[in-house]
Design a protein around this ligand. Structure first.
Ligand code: OSB
Ligand code: MG
Length: 370
């Protein structure tokens, strides 16, 4: 496949409810939509999940825009690319910036699937038609408000809940949810808010029968996670710390975690996500698909990824209406009664764009040609 033109659109989408984590609170979500135009007239779509602020990682929509426009897109325009996996060798000269790379790669997967008449699920080797999903709930005003929010999602049919925690809002919040819902599949995510010194505050969580504790310590601190894991029966799960298959292997070798959250955006694309999945599958380590509050475009990719056999815990892939009143895809992903969402089966990502909604969300755009 040959790319003749790449269009970038910086989107700002209004969330249905604000989302608060240990690194901040947002009412709107930024991302970049990448449109890759092939020589044969097809368009592939990709979503770059870098947000407006560098809270989750150092990348922002603005840095990704710069990296894609100035470096990544020029490196691949007019090149004969055999497969999306081949992209890595063209982009390796750029250090880091995995979200920028992943957004571009997703557009090529979509295009590749459309050219070959294969869904992303088929291309990746997915084995399920629907995947188990849960909801990731942001910090709420109080433990009582949190319990009420959890109840709301349970009423909608979700059967796995993740809550965000931070110092001062950890054991109290989690105990309130656990007391009210003794059998709920529950997990927590600290988004790197602790250090080895103050993580002892989390020890009471070990008695709350949690599925996992996600990323308690700094993203560049795999070693202290391995020290912390020794103090917990509950599995630690790494999100921010795992940027590649190599990181995944090293984390497992030093027992820094027992479960890995896979996000294609964080690891530089679906090819790398697949490699991490394969490594963990061979080692019998459970993985699950994380989320970045994606639009319908990124959500379709997450569903395809989560259909791989090693994804044995529910993903942070909620229905479209949990995130946005107006999404940019014509398809709306809805929750089945068994807390699953169907995996798209049409070629590529299997989604089409709602041009009007896209235009409303676009705050900047640019076209890149050779
Ligand atoms: O840490 O998993 C995270 C959202 C944005 C950035 C980081 C994270 C999250 C979520 C939401 O937890 C997952 C989702 O529903 O998309
Ligand atoms: Mg996380």
């Amino acid at each position: 496949m040959k790319i003749k033109q790449i269009d970038l659109k910086h989107l700002r989408m209004t969330l249905r409810t604000p989302f608060e984590t240990s690194f901040g609170r947002i009412n709107t979500r930024d991302c970049i939509l990448i449109e890759a135009h092939s020589a044969d007239g097809l368009v592939g779509y990709g979503e770059c999940v870098a947000d407006r602020d560098p809270g989750y990682s150092y990348e922002t929509a603005a840095t990704a825009w710069h990296i894609i426009s100035e470096f990544l897109a020029p490196a691949i325009l007019d090149q004969e690319l055999k497969t999306p996996q081949a992209l890595g060798s063209y982009l390796n000269f750029v250090r880091g910036n995995p979200m920028a790379k992943a957004g571009l790669e997703m557009a090529l997967w979509d295009l590749h699937g459309k050219q070959r008449g294969k869904s992303l699920k088929q291309l990746l080797g997915g084995v399920r038609d629907k995947v188990e999903v849960g909801v990731s709930i942001g910090l709420q005003a109080s433990p009582a408000a949190l319990v009420e929010t959890v109840q709301g999602y349970l009423s909608q049919g979700y059967t796995r809940i993740k809550i965000k925690i931070k110092p001062g809002r950890d054991t109290g919040d989690t105990e309130a949810v656990r007391q009210t819902f003794p059998n709920l599949r529950l997990q927590v995510d600290a988004n790197s808010a602790y250090t080895l010194e103050n993580a002892s505050a989390l020890l009471p969580l070990d008695d709350l029968n949690l599925l996992l504790i996600e990323q308690p310590l700094a993203e560049d601190d795999m070693w202290d996670h391995s020290r912390l894991q020794k103090d917990f029966r509950t599995p630690l799960c790494l999100d921010e710390s795992i940027l590649s298959e190599r990181h995944a292997r090293q984390a497992l070798e030093m027992q820094a975690c027992r479960i890995i959250n896979i996000k294609a955006g964080r690891v530089g694309g679906l090819s790398q996500a697949l490699a991490i999945h394969n490594l963990c599958y061979d080692l019998n380590v459970p993985v699950w698909c994380g989320g970045m509050l994606e639009t319908g475009v990124g959500r379709a990719a997450n569903l395809a990824l989560a259909s791989l056999p090693g994804f044995c815990l529910p993903g942070d892939i909620s229905a479209s209406d949990r995130y946005y009143a107006e999404d940019i895809t014509e398809q709306r992903f809805t929750l089945n009664p068994d807390s699953t969402i169907d995996v798209p089966d049409q070629p590529g990502l299997g989604v089409t764009i709602d041009a009007e909604a896209l235009q409303k969300a676009t705050i900047n755009q640019s076209t890149i040609r050779p």
